[in-house]
Write a protein that binds this ligand. Structure first.
Ligand code: ZN
Length: 153
């Protein structure tokens, strides 16, 4: 038994069962962006509001596997109220965590990412061991990235 893995599993389950920032926002002023992961059938719709360079509000709708839905909840909680530079930093850091296949929870080797700095997002690190599910975990983040680039273009 690995206590950390148990804790991470609990966090993911909690966000799946009680998703944060679930719902819709009026468009406009919100910007709507949709993401789809055909490998698993995950669908996600994000509503984002930018105010003076800050992601002032976000809501997420969608359906799909527990990883994709838990990740969208964790993502929304992590980025809401953050300025754009911080949001992009979190997107980069999350993608780096999900593509770092060498790192494991119980390795002695230090991970290139400080998981303690990632808060609850670190709970999804275990997904790295299941390459087929990585796209599920990344969907909410790549969708957010697309939405932000649409807003800035
Ligand atoms: Zn999925």
């Amino acid at each position: 038994m690995n206590n950390l893995e148990d804790l991470y599993r609990e966090i993911v389950l909690d966000h799946y069962k009680s998703p944060r920032n679930r719902g819709e926002l009026p468009v406009p002023p919100a910007h709507q962006v949709e993401g789809f992961n055909p490998l698993c059938g995950d669908e996600i719709t994000e509503y984002i509001v930018l105010t003076n360079g800050t992601l002032s509000d976000i809501k997420v709708n969608g359906h799909g596997c527990s990883i994709s839905q838990a990740s969208s909840s964790l993502m929304s909680a992590a980025v809401k109220g953050k300025d754009l530079a911080e949001v992009h930093r979190q997107i980069d850091e999350f993608r780096q965590m999900m593509t770092n296949r060498e790192s494991h929870l119980d390795d002695d080797e230090p991970s290139p990412i400080d998981l303690r700095s990632m808060g609850e997002l670190a709970a999804l690190q275990g997904v790295v061991k299941f390459p087929a599910r990585i796209k599920c975990a990344l969907l909410a983040w790549t969708t957010l990235e697309v939405g932000l680039s649409e807003l800035s273009s």
